[in-house]
Design a protein around this ligand. Structure first.
Ligand SMILES: NC(=O)c1ccc[n+]([C@@H]2O[C@H](COP(=O)([O-])OP(=O)(O)OC[C@H]3O[C@@H](n4cnc5c(N)ncnc54)[C@H](OP(=O)(O)O)[C@@H]3O)[C@@H](O)[C@H]2O)c1
Length: 325
């Protein structure tokens, strides 16, 4: 029996880190019509090196998300829209409104307008934990969940523009969805290794983010916001896990430990955290229970760390620093 063909879908920001993994996941789960948007003038060739990619199943559209006509062209014919494109940088912008807020907010509105015009049945919006935290008003001793919203005044007063851009973009999406009857589901990935979010809650393998995006599109019952992290815990604990995997790298540690053969004690005592790295953050293993209840099984974060290290080494971005004992 042949598999029923899957719907045509559009992925914005297909050239990016999460976007590429999403395209890969869609291709390997049987999607045969994928409209991939890329920033005008950028090179899409790596998309065609993905497993199962071909000119037949992957159509590339050059579209600045601020260009409503180009966005509309890309979404036409699709019943599903994965909106991933958004400026994602940790560098301080010179003009935060122009560089971060406008493309995040107006870009989201342009994609929603196109989804409405072509009657897409669902849009999966890639939000972020940066739309959930920082939230200094969150009750002490309570695990962060999808009911938390980033405190915009707190961020603006500290010039934290990326969380502002992600929060405002998500807010306009919910308003638009409510007003126009569009089915929007939002995913809030924590730090995907290779890149980083402004605030730490936990980490997640980028492959799991892509799987979750597809799951949210395909699950009729999905609605609202979905935190996507393999647990909530201190960054110090994460560093501890990384240092155990790669004891020869000078990774920050929480406390003095037993010496490791071949690792200089000088390195080990210099690179240390004192106490909690996120004071008051309440740990929780199954923080993404909404996604887990839909069937998502997270990969161990250690896999993501090892794969990231291997990838960085292969690209020559990471040179193993051996100890001088
Ligand atoms: N990485 C993480 O840890 C993480 C965690 C949570 C949420 N997120 C969210 O996930 C999404 C993807 O992030 P990423 O990590 O994959 O970053 P990324 O690699 O920088 O991907 C962002 C993509 O958006 C595109 N883009 C930005 N501005 C655009 C514009 N005006 N018009 C068209 N395309 C534009 C970029 O194109 P160019 O590269 O060609 O400029 C890029 O392909 C973002 O919405 C981000 O906020 C990321």
């Amino acid at each position: 029996m042949t598999e029923p063909s899957k719907e045509a879908v559009c992925v914005t920001g297909a050239n990016g880190f999460i976007g590429s993994w999403l395209v890969q996941t869609l291709l390997t789960t049987g999607y045969t019509t994928i409209h991939a948007t890329i920033y005008p003038g950028s090179d899409p060739s790596h998309l065609f090196t993905l497993q199962a990619a071909s000119k037949a199943n992957l159509k590339v559209f050059e579209a600045d998300i601020l260009d409503d006509v180009a966005v509309s062209r890309a979404v036409e014919g699709c019943t599903g829209v994965f909106h991933v494109a958004s400026p994602c940088t940790l560098e301080d912008p010179q003009d935060p409104q122009k560089e971060l807020v406008l493309p995040a907010v107006q870009g989201t509105l342009n994609v929603l307008e196109a989804a409405k015009k072509f009657k897409a049945r669902r849009m999966v919006l890639t939000s972020s934990i940066s739309a959930l935290v920082p939230n200094p008003g969150w009750p002490q001793d309570k695990v962060f969940d999808e009911t938390s919203w980033t405190d915009l005044d707190y961020c603006k007063s500290r010039q934290k523009w990326y969380p502002v851009s992600k929060t405002l973009a998500e807010k306009v999406a919910w308003e638009f969805a409510e007003k126009n009857g569009i089915d929007v589901v939002a995913i809030h990935p924590a730090t995907c290794l290779d890149t980083q979010e402004y605030h730490w809650l936990g980490a997640v393998h980028v492959k799991d983010v892509a799987k979750a995006q597809v799951l949210l599109f395909e699950s009729p019952a999905a609605s609202g916001r979905y935190l996507c992290t393999n647990g909530i815990y201190q960054f110090g604990e994460f560093a501890e896990r990384v240092s155990k995997l790669f004891p020869k790298f000078p990774v920050h540690r929480n406390s003095r430990e037993m010496p490791v053969a071949g690792v200089s004690q000088r390195n080990r005592t210099t690179w240390r955290f004192n106490g909690e790295t996120q004071p008051g953050l309440v740990s929780c293993k199954d923080a993404a229970k909404r996604l887990m209840n839909l069937g998502l099984v997270f990969s161990p974060v250690e896999d993501a760390v090892s794969e990231t290290v291997e990838s960085l080494k292969a690209k020559g971005c990471l040179v193993q620093k051996m100890s001088h004992s």
